[in-house]
Design a protein around this ligand. Structure first.
Ligand code: SF4
Length: 260
């Protein structure tokens, strides 16, 4: 794998998109704006969840007991029923998001983030790249050192690879940007209620740097071969991909490499 070009700026959502499917990522780079804007139900649900979380934490602590999750979700909930597996699936996901947000936000009546839905940028000297990352919520730790902090993300899609990317990127980013690792990196899954938590330290930071070095070298800007990798047709990613029909048709030999 080659290194990224000097002066490269890498945004977190692009790395995520690349990991989901390198072929689709490369295809979208040259696509018309309408194709770039194609979204699936998971992305639509994530937009609604992010808006509810943002509105909840923007509400003054004393007023949060009156915060209505169903009403706020309704304002951001999509009407694109066809993007879901069926009308029943559309309504089921809506209800499960309301229930999941209730249980995850119930304990946050008096917790106000120090960073809420902000994009930050940092140069990481070890990798010689600039990263841009959107932080949903950065919170003060309730105990320990006064400069301890927690990075938290509320997610819809509990895909292991994407969670790994977020945890490694966050450790690398925070170490360079804030000069101190987060006490915890929390990924809270709204649909399952799972809490996936890591406690980064000096040793795990080394691993995170290696991981990010590999991820950066994998960007099609750095490696022309990466953009030919496709997902396996049985993967969840393919099942909800707008390009599935196209991918099922015969393709060039060079585009057949499969990643799981
Ligand atoms: S159908 Fe699968 S392999 Fe094809 S672009 Fe979509 S995710 Fe990638």
């Amino acid at each position: 794998m080659e290194a990224a070009a000097k002066g490269t700026v890498i945004e977190d959502y692009k790395l995520e998109e690349l990991l989901r499917c390198p072929y689709r990522y490369a295809k979208r780079q040259g696509a018309a704006p309408s194709a770039k804007a194609e979204v699936n139900w998971v992305q639509l649900a994530q937009v609604a969840v992010s808006q509810v979380v943002n509105a909840f934490f923007m509400t003054p602590e004393g007023e949060r007991s009156h915060f209505s999750i169903p009403d706020t979700l309704e304002r951001w909930w999509t009407n694109k029923v066809a993007k879901f597996e069926s009308p029943e699936h559309y309504w089921l996901i809506r209800q499960r998001l309301i229930d999941g947000l209730h249980s995850l936000l119930a304990s946050e009546q008096s917790n106000t983030p120090i960073i809420l839905f902000e994009q930050h940028r940092v140069f990481v000297p070890e990798l010689r790249v600039d990263f841009m990352q959107i932080f949903q919520a950065v919170l003060k730790s309730d105990n320990g050192h006064p400069s301890d902090y927690i990075v938290r993300k509320y997610i819809v899609d509990e895909e292991e690879e994407i969670i790994d990317l977020f945890q490694h990127l966050t450790a690398v980013f925070c170490s360079s940007a804030f000069g101190r690792l987060p006490l915890r990196i929390e990924v809270l899954s709204v649909l399952s209620g799972n809490r996936l938590i890591v406690y980064p330290d000096k040793k795990s930071l080394e691993k995170s740097l290696d991981y990010m070095k590999l991820a950066v070298s994998f960007m099609p800007e750095a490696s022309s071969a990466a953009g030919r990798l496709r997902k396996s047709k049985e993967s969840a990613e393919c099942r909800r991909c707008p390009f599935l029909g196209e991918c099922l048709s015969p393709v060039e030999e060079s585009a057949e490499a499969i990643m799981m």
